[in-house]
Design a protein around this ligand. Structure first.
Ligand code: SF4
Length: 367
């Protein structure tokens, strides 16, 4: 199969579902790591096609969702400074901070702009030499290369008014933390195909060995996901635990070396706070010694108080698969996409947003 439509073929989907039902003898719990996969699963009802003994748990692979409240508060602190143009991806605008969100801040007059790329922020910096331009750089290994490139481009242009507020995370430490949690029930992982397009499959080989769990690199179309689930279940039924690449049309073992070089040139690994997971060792990327001049935290001496604990949002439990969105007491009542209490209801890849969009009627019916 080579073309997108072929990965949405209902007849082929039925065939794979049939094979899965024939294959399964045990009770198995799988986590799809990426929020894009979650949306595809819920949208197409893939979880409802599986045997009752197979459970899918939704993972933390939504970059907007895992950005901690403290970083949102830092972005808000920057946005309220008159000299600053704060730029970011559109999904970030409505993520609640401790007391505010960027859209409300913009409505009160702050210069907050949503962009498709940090390279557009570099352009804005070049066009506005009298202003400071900060790009709120969030995301996984997929966004890190272009965020790195923006720094190199600003440097090449001699811009001294461009910086990044970095909240970059990397996937393998999150998988390891979830798998090693004392109450973990997950027996296999569907890894995020687009992250592996950048980083390759090799990163997951030692992880699968250490965790003794299958990791299947999986895409986002319905057949990609069904094939990923089938491969993971085959391993579980055979008591195997290896990395398998079900997204070979885009992923190879080495990944995109140019993109990896960009990441290595500009960033260094660091401990990182994740919403829902807490601080994970060596799970983030920060600007390395050579590019400190582009670090907004240093440039503006940011000193924002730690975010208060005890928010009403249960996103932490959703992001670690401890509850499903409809089990949150605020789902669909106090918390909706128009009036979100948490990031997982705002983001295009958030699990709460997926259930609200595709399963709300069922949730209301079941209450
Ligand atoms: S439904 Fe809303 S309050 Fe509940 S976990 Fe999701 S985002 Fe948070």
């Amino acid at each position: 199969m080579r073309f997108l439509e072929e990965f949405r073929d209902p007849a082929m989907a039925s065939l794979i579902v049939h094979r899965i039902h024939q294959l399964v003898t045990g009770n198995w719990v799988l986590m799809e790591v990426c929020g894009g996969q979650t949306h595809s699963i819920i949208r197409h009802g893939i979880d409802q096609l599986l045997p009752d003994s197979v459970e899918l748990i939704h993972g933390p692979g939504c970059p907007v969702c895992v950005t901690p409240t403290h970083c949102i508060d830092e972005a808000l602190a920057l946005a309220t400074q008159e000299s600053i143009i704060l730029t970011t991806f559109a999904d970030m605008l409505r993520v609640p901070g401790s007391h505010d969100d960027m859209l409300a801040c913009k409505a009160r007059g702050a210069d907050v702009r949503s962009l498709y790329s940090p390279l557009d922020a570099v352009k804005i910096a070049a066009e506005n030499p009298e202003r400071e331009v900060v790009f709120f750089a969030v995301g996984f290994e997929t966004t890190a290369p272009v965020n790195a490139l923006s720094v190199l481009q600003a440097q090449a242009l001699g811009l001294t008014n461009f910086s990044l507020l970095v909240s970059q995370v990397t996937v393998p430490p999150a998988i390891e933390a979830i798998a090693r949690a004392p109450d973990n029930r997950i027996q296999a992982f569907l890894a995020a195909g687009h992250v592996c397009t950048v980083m390759g499959s090799w990163q997951y080989e030692s992880l699968a060995r250490r965790l003794a769990k299958p990791i299947v690199i999986t895409g986002f179309e319905p057949l990609d996901i069904l094939l990923g689930i089938e491969a993971a279940l085959q391993q579980l039924e055979q008591n195997a635990a290896r990395v398998e690449n079900q997204y070979a049309r885009y992923v190879d073992r080495g990944g995109n070396l140019q993109a990896q070089e960009l990441i290595q040139k500009v960033f260094t690994t660091s401990d990182q706070d994740w919403r829902g997971l807490g601080i994970l060792l060596q799970s983030g990327l920060t600007l390395n010694e050579r590019y400190q001049a582009y670090d907004a935290r240093k440039r503006f001496a940011l000193d924002v108080a730690p975010a208060a604990r005890g928010t009403r949002c249960h996103a932490g439990e959703v992001l670690t698969g401890r509850i499903r969105p409809q089990q949150c007491p605020h789902f669909g009542s106090e918390c909706t996409p128009d009036s979100p209490l948490g990031a997982t209801m705002v983001s295009g890849e958030g699990a709460c947003a997926a259930y609200y969009r595709y399963r709300r009627a069922a949730a209301v019916h079941n209450v």
